[in-house]
Design a protein around this ligand. Structure first.
Ligand code: XMP
Length: 332
């Protein structure tokens, strides 16, 4: 009989057996459910011989870089390396408007940052292993789920970026990277149950999906630091108000999109000229199809008035009432 306790016990034992007494593992954390639960399981098995890498790609949500560190390192006790590479990412994104090009840039830059960190961590851990046992086998932890395995999922997490790229460059010749995928027989709801049993915060377990390319695919056209900041403010208001209304967990994704379309507004007796913000909220089972959510007018009203009053640079708020198909969930 499948129970979370049984799964956790047998998985931890299997990971210990695999990695041995002195092997080391690395993992890319996104702050999402899958990579977090996978990391916590492996941490239970091998402790600080697991190093997690969390990268600030410059297009995370407001305070996310700090929040994830707080949860993962301070609350869950993971051995976490946080790399603020936002400058590097934003420099590469300057002047780029094509969505797929943005995705490629972010994916490649992520791999390059992760590679550098992983190679350094694994070299250091191999040097510190005196008996040499396990020193030349390094492990890469991934939060692959069953639907990813059968390739029916459309949720393209950052883990998939790495999936196509198992071998970290910059590793010594004799150091091979092998995969640990503790969740590969599970569905999302089972992963949440495991996470609950591991006493992970609900905040992580109930987190709505967030795309790997982050806010870059929610800023139409060019991504600039100014636009990122405006969208972070607007997005933060949307998430806060949806949570306050008690709707966050019932909704698949709810977020703000920044449109580089300017319109005239008034602030006091001044005419202003600012960007447009679209609010998007959808119900979905798996991201393949989605229905727009009829958010209560009161919630929309609060979101709209907060964004137009608090986010200087946005003068107009609109609501996206498109389902998928024909629309996609993201705007890019
Ligand atoms: P679309 O916009 O295609 O999105 O309807 C379906 C689901 O996939 C997420 N998504 C992404 N996730 N990298 C990701 O990690 C991406 O490039 C990407 N594009 C879309 C989207 O948030 C939704 O959950």
């Amino acid at each position: 009989d499948w129970t979370p306790e049984h799964f956790i016990q047998s998985t931890i034992a299997a990971i210990r057996e695999k990695v041995g007494e002195s092997g080391h593992a690395i993992c890319a954390l996104s702050g999402g459910v899958d990579s977090s639960v996978a990391a916590v399981l492996v941490h239970r098995a091998i402790g600080d011989r697991l190093t997690c890498v969390f990268v600030n790609n410059g297009v995370l949500r407001r305070n996310e870089f700090f929040k994830v560190q707080d949860t993962m390192r301070d609350k869950l006790g993971l051995n976490l390396v946080a790399v603020d590479a936002s400058g590097r990412f934003l420099a590469k994104l300057a002047g780029v408007t094509d969505p797929e090009t943005k995705r490629k840039i972010i994916g490649n830059e992520f791999i390059s940052v992760f590679d550098d960190e992983a190679a350094r961590i694994l070299r250091e851990s191999a040097e510190s292993t005196e008996d040499g046992e396990g020193a030349n086998v390094a492990w890469l932890v991934q939060g692959t789920l069953y639907p990813d395995v059968i390739e029916s999922s459309s949720v393209k997490g950052p883990s998939q970026t790495i999936k196509s790229h198992h071998n970290v460059g910059g590793l010594p010749e004799n150091m091979k990277l092998k995969l640990i995928e503790p969740l590969r027989d599970l569905f999302k709801d089972e992963v949440r149950r495991i996470g609950r049993d591991l006493q992970m915060p609900e905040e992580i377990l109930q987190r709505q999906p967030f795309p790997g390319p982050g806010l870059a695919v929610r800023i139409l056209g060019e991504v600039t630091p100014e636009r990122v900041s405006l969208l972070q403010d607007a997005d933060d208001i949307v998430v806060t108000e949806i949570k306050t209304a008690g709707l966050y967990q019932q909704i698949w994704q709810s977020f703000a999109v920044l449109l580089p379309v300017r319109s005239v507004g008034v602030a006091g007796d001044q005419r202003t000229y600012g960007y447009t913000c679209a609010i998007r909220a959808v119900h979905s089972e798996d991201g393949m199809t989605a229905d727009w959510v009829p958010l209560p007018y009161e919630v929309l009203k609060t979101i709209s008035s907060r964004i137009s009053n608090e986010v200087h640079g946005i003068t107009r708020v609109v609501y996206d009432i498109t389902s998928k198909p024909p629309g996609t969930i993201e705007w890019e």
